[in-house]
Design a protein around this ligand. Sequence first.
Ligand code: URA
Length: 480
Amino acid sequence: MTLHRITLKCGADLQGFRRAVRWLIAEELAPQHVVFAIDDAPSLFGNEQTGDAPAVTIPKGVAQLIEHVVCHCDPERYALLYGLVWRALNGERDLLEVASDPLVHRIDMMARSVRRDLHKMHAFVRFRRMKGEEVERFAAWFEPEHFILAAAAPFFVDRFRSLDWTILTPLGSIHWNREALSFGLPARREDAPDEDSFEEGWRGYYESVFNPARVNPTAMRAEMPKKYWRNMPETAAIPGLIQTASQRVERMIEQEASMPAKRTPERALEAMFDQDPKSLEELNAIIAKAGPLVPGATQAVFGEGPLHADIMFVGEQPGDQEDLQGRPFVGPAGKLLTKAMGEAGIVREQAYLTNAVKHFKFDQRGHRRIHAKPTAGEVKHYRPWLMKELELVKPKLVVALGATAVLALSGKATPITRSRGRARFGDYEGYITVHPSYLLRLPDEATKREAYEAFLTDLRRIRDLAQADPETGELPLAAE
Ligand code: URA
């Protein structure tokens, strides 16, 4: 008996396998006449040709199984799949309906295992900012069980389209440069960055969404196997959370008694304020737990900056970049604000920056997420949190950037043109100016320059007001 040897590329060689199947079927070669070999050297180049054979029509269910099972790490995967194809084309078209068939069962289990691996990769990859790079780049380390990189990549492109990122794995790497996807060679764990400034945010978020009443360590380990933990900053919190779970449940039960019976959003807010957050961390945990009012946002974007900063800037809501990075004012409007602050002598790191609304709201147009203005009702929903934030930060001066921030801080809708300049927000000295995104939207260069100069004038006044003597209100010598 002559054996035909088919060599396929290492990894998930879907194209190579399809080509091989077309050729084998055209040559009428039954599975017992074929051996499949895998070229073990990871190669970026094409497979040897099996010739151009005519297309083969196979049942849809078989074609779907092939797409997943070629990703499986079992070296026998291609032989098993070819056995399935052969039978489907030779009198057993409906063989997938016989779940007890040993081949069908085995292939089905393999497909499930690949789908589980894909799900874990989508859920557990954590990007970290790469240090020392001029252009902002992110990298993640992940250890898949199967050859799922090509199958997993579209999810990350969709989600992180506007960032440069790399996912490194022992089976190969994926790179996205905001335009094109490419696949590279395997990597080592040391090639990925270890820790970055987002870690604390992830940990805080996980702590806030962790429900102590539902602790089941066995189920947790099954869902999130320990091997993924070291790549996921939030998992550092797990042992402590499990240890304190029973105390937290007792506290929850006590609090439950005082919960209002009717759970309208406002009642829910009041209930949360029964907890009376004593720190920004506690407040942020409540916001994260409440989740977005309108679905879609990746995460809540909290305020950023020192407690008791002299100046607190309040914007509208996080944009696309802020939503992805989990930080306020890091997108185009944020970059313009940071530049203008620098020119006006305000150090960004010494100010506190936040938003009236803490979640990104957008309209999806193709691959783009277009900012959608929050409604007055949404601003009202987030208002108690903003007020609490203000109380905790206790700035000398609160700056409203744009009309949404004015509405959130004052409770009243007021046009900026009429209210621009010094203001009072409850107990706080305030200042109203335009939102930096307004400057970006202006149509011509001359108008833009003029508006930017006016914005700088506001920021210089803001700087001086924040330095005014709290007792006398006297401004520093250079002011006005
Ligand atoms: N616009 C805002 O109002 N806030 C941000 O954080 C970014 C853009």
